[in-house]
Design a protein around this ligand. Sequence first.
Ligand code: F6R
Length: 608
Amino acid sequence: MCGIVGYVGDRNMESVLLVGLERLSYRGYDSSGIATISGGELSYWRTPGKLHELEKVLQNMSIRGTVGIGHTRWSTHGEPTEVNAHPQVSTNGKVAIVHNGIIENYLSLKNKLSAEGFLFRSQTDSEVIAHLIDRYLQTDLAAAVERAVLDLEGTFAIAVIAENQPDRIIVAKKGSPLIIGVGKKENFISSDIHALAPHTKEIMYLDDHELAIIEANSVIVKKINGAQVTKEVHTITWDEVVADKGGYDHYMLKEIHEQPSVIRNIISKMVSPDNALIFDKLHISNGDLNKTNRLIIQACGTSWHAGLVAKYMLENYARVLTEVDISSEFRYRHMLSEGHAIVAAISQSGETADTLACLREAKSKFFKVLAFVNVKGSSIDRESDGVVYSYAGQEVGVASTKNYIAQLVTLYLFTIHLAVLRWTLSKEDAVKMTNALKRVPDCIEKILSQVEKIRAIAEKYAYSKEFLFIGRGVNYPSALEGALKLKEISYIHATGYAAGELKHGPIALIDKNLPVVCIATKSSTYDKMLSNIEEVRARKGRTIIIATEGDTSVQHLAEDIIYIPEIEEDLSPILVAVPLQLLSYYIALKLDCDVDQPRNLAKSVTVE
Ligand code: F6R
């Protein structure tokens, strides 16, 4: 997590850095800071809290300088205070660094440097980098950075400025993303392309173990402790649509309402007028897809839930054994490289550290790697053999909504593609499934038209201490997703459970105070689900039921009921997600929570 930016050039330094930080604040918003060199003197400003706190401090100053770096933080080591904010500076105040990543051996380095007289002021792991560079600095800053990073264990993307060479930023990378934006008589650095988009479309991706010397008129890249390398300059061809709230109070609400158009967009990109499916970056041959006897999906959080839904479809239609693992768990198990397996990584950001690490591990074991990813140009996009884009557009709200829906849709289309290829689904049935998907945007619009009703239900239960979400089959992952959405934005404890598992423990939680959100849409396990709801009712649980329009037989079981349009079971998780998102949103709103930037979270989880 954490976002870093830097600029060398003649523009208004403050504005370039602050715009960049604003665009990176989804990567963490515990504190922010900038450092510049002007008239040969290094100055820095840091504040705890969101970026507007830093803006307040800077508002009556005119920040000058031809080099500058900035940072927005998601705390790992040390509380979000001013001293722990970045830039971190050397004891003599002449070297400043910003860092994204984790330095695992920082304690031993800190002890060593402290013994040598370096003064530590923060609790961060990052501060050692500033002191180490200072320790090795004679005249050449790049040489000092190069020497210093050799001492570091862990992950880093760093940007460094120093008073003795006020015309350059030195950057180095291992494990965390870093991009160089190439301009005319100016250059930029950033954790991702969002911060660069307003300034340049010419991008260089720094690879691990590389270091770059960035001046206004030149960019020199070399291997750390190695030779100079020639980097390709990529021209970003896709349009970066600058996200705004579009009249909604929060990005999350806007993104929920965008979902019908997201699906229409996916259909227009991936389904031809004669219903042929288009996967233009799949890059895994039909032969390999056909031979595959095992799909290993690995992802985190909401993306993992999308993978769980996909498992039902992939096994049912494409008849391929599908395992779905949490990346941080999968990573430390012993990956068996037997059979013709494909490893699929699902990720909105394309930067999730654990998912990326699994992908790299899989590649090192010669698996083909397929990514389902939203952010183009992200590490997971670039490092996978094949890619299926989510086409969700930029998702700003930290809680994933429209991208989850987009993942479900693209995984559904991929399932159809794979099943037809493997002769486990007829072309006629494939067309039927594709046509069914085309009804989904209208169905979501119908759900969105009930927003006031859902809001009233949300407000009624908003002060509950905890929630239980239950579902079965393809909607068991929906229960997990509903619970995750609620807890992350409202801070109410919530658990998602497979309804059939209730009686193996969690039923003990149920009493007259516990709201239980029950997903009881028409499905192959509908009758079983009704029995589970009966069990909840028998123990006086407060049932909020999500049911299929026209289903009156659930009414007697419900304290409250939300109807969604009738749809094929495989597509029901897409519709079910919408009332669950709205419930969470309006509960969080009622509790006055920061919906778009919930505490302790970041949109892009680039640390393990
Ligand atoms: C929850 C949420 C997270 C992400 C998870 C993985 O709303 O957004 O659980 O799904 O951090 O992130 P990506 O998909 O970027 O790999």
